[in-house]
Design a protein around this ligand. Structure first.
Ligand SMILES: Cc1cc2nc3c(=O)[nH]c(=O)nc-3n(C[C@H](O)[C@H](O)[C@H](O)COP(=O)(O)O)c2cc1C
Length: 343
């Protein structure tokens, strides 16, 4: 591909956040100048994500990173989202790469933030986010065709209470717990490591996803084989910030293309936050429950077409690193298309 380090592009894409760190993406090089992004359907979470919204969001986040890596290498990525029916249904995007203009300082800054961005489920300080930083995050969402709404205090309390209720409901759903268990502390190159789980909160409702996560991470009985490693959840209870700062990322519509747009916007917001020293975690229990009960979804009073509820703030402790699949597993090199036959 036009003098590009494809392994670096795919490795950078793979640093994106994904639901339960399932990393549901697969890349292939096609026709020499096309990088194709497909859904790794065997990594879909059919219980908590029956519509595949979060699979698309995760792949959208990876696509954002790939675009930045191409730009920083001096390329121009032209993206064709959801090229079905010309390509198989699991192809989510085709990126045509051509020589481009030099990257802007903003593109460099976002790219540099990629390896530093981590989901931080620990307590934040509660120190307010300066308005210029808040504006930069709104602009980041807008630049990708989405919107970021910051909730006021009353809305935050409503969403926290609804998240806690949704989390309890999920924790009480055996299929959900079984699925979650397969992605927590796997000891493999995917899933959420025990060290990255939230602490037990001293006061409820906690601004992190604790009920179903910690329920699924319960350590095995003493003496049983396959005991799980200790994480913050096994430590003492901690106080989370009293006035968490929650934002809702929304899209214009709520179709698969919007989920890919939402994922790119999510990653751009997170990288903008990281570049300003902010950390983030997510509260997606309400959204999961809505997709699991499409016929009778739980009540949602927030802005229309929510794609993610994001908690932002200044971390009090560094986040543990979540593992990643090696590039060799994520990238398929295809044979270049045969050259045209000379007649
Ligand atoms: C669509 C999506 C949904 C997610 N939902 C949650 C969530 O509800 N709670 C949470 O703590 N983390 C959530 N995450 C964060 C992932 O668990 C995290 O990105 C993954 O474990 C990789 O870790 P990293 O972000 O530190 O690289 C979500 C991420 C994505 C992209």
């Amino acid at each position: 591909v036009v003098n590009m380090d494809i392994e670096n592009i795919v490795g950078t894409a793979g640093a994106a956040p994904s639901v339960h760190n399932s990393q549901p993406w697969q890349f292939a090089v096609d026709h020499g100048d096309i990088l194709q992004l497909s859904a790794a359907v065997d990594r879909a979470l059919w219980v908590c994500d029956p519509s595949a919204r979060f699979l698309y969001m995760s792949c959208g986040a990876a696509l954002m990173n790939a675009r930045l890596a191409i730009r920083v290498a001096g390329g121009q990525p032209d993206v064709w989202l959801l090229p079905h029916p010309d390509y198989s249904f699991d192809v989510l995007a085709r990126i045509h790469i051509s020589p481009g203009s030099p990257p802007t300082p903003e593109e460099r800054e976002l790219y540099d933030a990629i390896p530093r961005r981590r989901t931080n489920r620990g307590p934040f300080t509660g120190q307010p986010v300066p308005e210029p930083v808040a504006a930069a995050m709104r602009d980041a969402a807008h630049a990708e065709g989405a919107e970021l709404h910051t909730l006021d205090r009353a809305e935050t309390e409503t969403v926290l209470a609804a998240s806690a209720k949704a989390g309890s409901e999920l924790a009480a759903t055996p299929e959900h717990r079984d699925e979650l268990r397969r992605w927590i502390d796997t000891g493999s190159d995917d899933g959420i490591p025990a060290a990255a789980l939230p602490h037990q909160a001293a006061s409820q409702p906690a601004p992190v996803r604790s009920r179903d996560f910690l329920g699924a991470a319960r350590p095995a009985a003493p003496g049983a084989s396959g005991g799980r490693s200790a994480g913050p959840a096994q430590g003492p209870k901690v106080e989370y910030e009293r006035s968490p700062r929650l934002s809702v990322l929304t899209t214009a519509e709520d179709e698969p293309e919007d989920w890919l747009i939402g994922g790119q916007a999510l990653e751009r917001v997170l990288l903008t936050a990281t570049a300003s020293g902010l950390s983030a975690s997510f509260l997606s229990q309400i959204l999961e429950l809505r997709d699991m009960h499409e016929d009778d979804p739980p009540h949602w009073e927030g802005p229309a077409n929510p794609q993610m509820i994001i908690r932002l703030g200044y971390a009090t402790e560094p986040a543990a690193r979540a593992p990643r699949r090696p590039v060799g597993d994520v990238l398929d090199w295809r044979r270049p298309a045969p050259a045209a036959q000379a007649s």
